[in-house]
Ligand binder design. Structure first.
Ligand code: NAP
Length: 281
């Protein structure tokens, strides 16, 4: 590690966001409102079950409510949409999170789009995505929002920088690219058909790894002084970045765990509190 490499401490950023929510949750509860996040888990993928449990625990620790809906792996799109519609109609539910991925027989886009925009706290609906692209979303996707929050917390300049995002999923790579673009970065988006990936990454001043492949981003791809944000979370608590090798080159880097992950959860809580406050008018 070079002496000056800054470890971007996600736990600290997350705590700062959650500290800001305590008084807001208290004020809401004085008005008889407990912010409530409903999570829907379809099937029994153990990693997804863990994420849902972590989100529920985080809600409870902050005095918020969490409502967990578990549906069996054979659930149809229509059945899932009916559950979402019930949550849309429930005035005690402020945010809805459909845990991704869902079993393959489900039309995930249709299910996401069934979530009412005012409860779309993870920016997964087509409308929420579009609003984020235009730069005025109430609730941008939580992991992209977490990446931006980390950059902001550490006052890392984005304007005019060349950002390379590896991954283009609708919940992560694409929205974070648009958010960086809206912050006046020059953005290159890479994906599985990109040619010369290492050369492109080596031109980046900011690298966002959103690939879903352990230790995929190599140390010798990294320009000296680049800022690296690793959204990856793979089995064994390993990110999408070869951390040890990239640490040597980077000026700042998020670790895994305790990087982007905890900030993502904090963002989800914040968006749910924001949504609950809107109920006050
Ligand atoms: P995803 O939907 O599987 O998307 C992966 C992206 O990586 C795709 O765009 C794919 O390209 C691209 N890709 C795959 N192989 C590649 C290669 N060899 N070269 C270049 N690009 C390649 O995954 P995701 O949902 O975006 O998640 C990405 C990672 O972030 C995962 O590790 C996931 O666990 C993690 N994640 C973390 C959080 C958090 O809170 N920290 C939240 C969400 C996701 P194509 O589009 O061409 O297929």
């Amino acid at each position: 590690m070079t002496e000056q490499t800054l470890i971007l401490d996600g736990a600290r950023v997350a705590q700062d966001i959650k500290d800001g929510l305590v008084s807001r949750v208290k004020r809401l509860s004085e008005q008889g409102i407990t912010p409530c996040l409903a999570t829907i888990l379809v099937g029994d993928d153990p990693a997804s079950a863990t994420y849902v449990r972590m989100k529920g625990n985080a809600c409870r620790r902050l005095g918020m409510e969490s409502l967990k809906i578990t549906l069996d792996a054979g659930t149809t799109t229509e059945e899932l949409i009916r559950e979402i519609q019930k949550l849309n109609a429930d005035p005690n539910v402020h945010g809805i999170l459909l845990q991704h991925p869902v079993p393959h027989q489900i039309d995930e886009r249709a299910a996401f789009d069934a979530i009412a925009i005012e409860k779309d706290v993870d920016g997964v609906t087509t409308l929420g995505f579009a609003q984020n692209a235009f730069g005025f979303a109430a609730y941008p996707s939580c992991t992209p929002a977490a990446i931006i929050a980390i950059l902001d917390y550490y006052r890392i300049p984005v304007e005019g920088k060349h950002a390379v995002v590896v991954g283009r999923s609708p919940i992560l790579g694409k929205p974070v690219s648009l958010m960086l673009l809206n912050r006046n970065a020059t953005v290159t988006i890479c994906h599985s058909r990109t040619k010369g990936l290492g050369d492109i990454v080596s031109q980046a001043e900011i690298v966002v790894a959103a690939v879903g492949k352990p230790k995929f981003i190599q140390g010798d791809w990294i320009q000296d002084g680049a800022v690296i944000l690793d959204a990856g979370y793979n089995e064994g608590n390993v990110g999408d970045v070869d951390y040890e090798a990239c640490l040597e080159k980077a000026s700042a880097i998020t670790p895994v765990p305790a990087g982007v992950g905890p900030v993502t959860i904090a963002m989800l809580l914040k968006h749910t509190v924001d949504a609950a406050e809107k109920q006050l008018g």
